[in-house]
Write a protein that binds this ligand. Sequence first.
Ligand code: G6P
Length: 612
Amino acid sequence: MCGIIAYLGDRPSFPLIIKGLKRLEYRGYDSSGVAVFENGSLNIFKKKGKVADLEAEASAAGLTATIGIGHTRWATHGEPNDVNAHPHFSSDRRMALIHNGIIENYAAIKQRLEKKGHVFLSDTDSEVLIHFIEDIRKETGQPLEEAVRIALREVVGAYAIVILSQDAPDQLIAARKGSPLVIGIGDGEYFLASDATPIVEYTKNVVYLDDYEIAVVNAHGLKIVNLDNTEKLPYVQTIELELEAIEKGGYPHFMLKEIFEQPRSVADSMRGRIQPATGMLQLGGLTGHFDKLVEARRIILVGCGTSWHAGLVAEYLFEELARVNVEVEYASEFRYRNPVIHHDDVVIAISQSGETADTLAAIELAKERGATIFGVCNAVGSSIARATHAGAYTHAGPEIGVASTKAFTSQVTVLTLMAIALGRHKGTIRDEVFTGLLEGLAALPGQIGQVLENAGKIKEIAYIFTYARNFIYLGRGLHFPVALEGALKLKEISYIHAEGYPAAEMKHGPIALIDEDMPVIFIATRDSSYEKIVSNIQEVKARKGRVIAIVTEGDELIPKMVDFVIEIPESHEMISPLLSVIPLQLLSYYIAVMRGRDVDQPRNLAKSVTVE
Ligand code: G6P
C-alpha cells in the first residue's frame, strides 16, 4: 500500500523517480508526488490520479536535481486529492516526507502540535509525522537523524518513510517498521524503494532495512542505526530479479501476461523440488523444520484474499493426502480472535507480497503462542518470508496486475508439493496415488498451456456476458475454493457482483436468485463429485439459469445440458484446481476489458495491503 522511491546520485532524479513510481503504481494509484531540490529550494509537485498525470504536470518545470523523493498513494487518512498526496512539507517547508503505512497515534500528536501553533494542510497522518520531527528538532536542537529517532520511538503504527531536508540537501534519511524498504546501492548512487522493482534496472546490490532501523544515505555512504542508536553493518544482498520480469513484454496488460505465464511459473514452483529419478520431494526451505510438520497436531493456514483461497484448496490437499487436521483462517479474523494455539500446531502463512499486515500480525500472534510458522511467499526477502521459521518460495516471479493469477496457481502448486511430501513421509499416500500425483504434476505446465489455447472461445463467452449484472460461481470439493476465486477475480476487475458457493449450498439461498438473467458458472469436471454437480446443474437449468460449465475434455453429458462449455484436460483430481481456475481468470479478464475497466489497477484496490 503506497509506493516509495527516492534517489541520490548523479543522474537527474525526476525521470528516474517517475519511472520508479510507475513500477510501484500497483501498490497504490490514487495520487502521487515528488519532492526535489531546484535552484537551492525544496519543491513539491503532487497530483491526484495516476503517475502519468503527475508526470505531465511536473515535466513542464524542467527539473534537473539529482536527489529527490517520490510517492504513489493508496488513501487511508483523507480522500485522494492533491493536498493529501505525498510528499508533505514540515511547517517551515524545509523538510519533505513520504510515508507508507499508518501512524495510529497521529491524532494525539496532532493535537499537541496544534496547541503549539502547527497548522496542517492535509488530513493525513503522514503530515503529522514530519511536523512532529520538525518540532523535536526545534525543541531539542538535535540533528535531523536524532530527531527522527526520538519521534519514531513515540510513534505507534507502521511506517516506511524517507525524508529530504534543505539543511542537508545531499542526504536522505529513511526508516521502517512494518512497511518494506529496500536500499539499492549503485556506483556512487543510492535508490530507496518499497520493493526492488524500480531499482533492478540500475543495480542488483540491495540492503533490506529491518523494522526499527533508520538509514542515513549521503556522500559518505550508508549508515544504519536502530531506534536505540546502535549502529549495524549493512548486509548487502544480490537480487535475482530480471528487468523483463517486470515489463509487459508485448501484452496489453500485466494481468494477461501473468495469466499466460502460468505454464512457466507453475513449472518454476516445482523446479528442483521433485527428484526425477526417485520421485522424492525436496523443499529446501523446510529442511530442519520438516519434523514439525510431520508431528503437527493441526495445520492452520492463514492468508487474505486470493491467498486465503489457496489455503482453502490446501485444506482438501492436506486432509486427503496427509490425514492431518486443518483449519483455514482469514488472517484478519484469526489475529483478533484469541485463537487456541498449541506448541505442536503448525501455521502456514500464504502471501504473494509477503507484506500483508494482517497476515504478518497473525504470524506474530501464533509465534508468541509457540506454534511453528511456515511461509508460502512469492516476494523473496519480504517481511512475512523473514518472520517465519521456515518456508517455500513460490517462485512465480513478480506479479504486478492487482488481481492475483499466477501467484495463486504457484501457491497451490507449492502447497500441493508440501501436502504430498508430508503424506509420503507419514505413509498416508499409497504408491499408485503418489505415482499418479507426480505424473499429474509433470503434465501440468503443458495442460495449462492447452487451456490457454482456448482463450479465443473464452473471449467469445465473455462478449456474450459483458453486461451481466450478477454472476454465481459453483463448485464442489476442491473446486469450491476455485468458485470463490473465480467470483473474486470478476468482482475485482469488472466490478460485477459475483458470488462463489459450494454447489450443494445453492439450495439454501442463492437458488432464489436464479432466473433467465442469471449466469451461473459451474466447475463440473469429471471427478468424485461429478454426479452430484450434474444434479446441481439440472436444478439451475430447471429455473432457466444460463449455465457456463468448465468440464473435462470429452465430456458428453454436460454439454447437452448447459449453454456454454469450456473444456480443460483430464487431470488428477487433487491437481485439477490448477487447471479449472485458468478459464475463470481469462473470463474475468476479457469481461473487464470489454467493459473498459482499468484491468491492472482496478478502483479502490491495491496489490500490497500493508494496513489492517
Ligand atoms: C490484496 C490483493 C489480492 C491479494 C491479497 C492478499 O487484496 O489485491 O490480490 O490476494 O491482498 O495479498 P498477499 O500479498 O498476502 O497474497
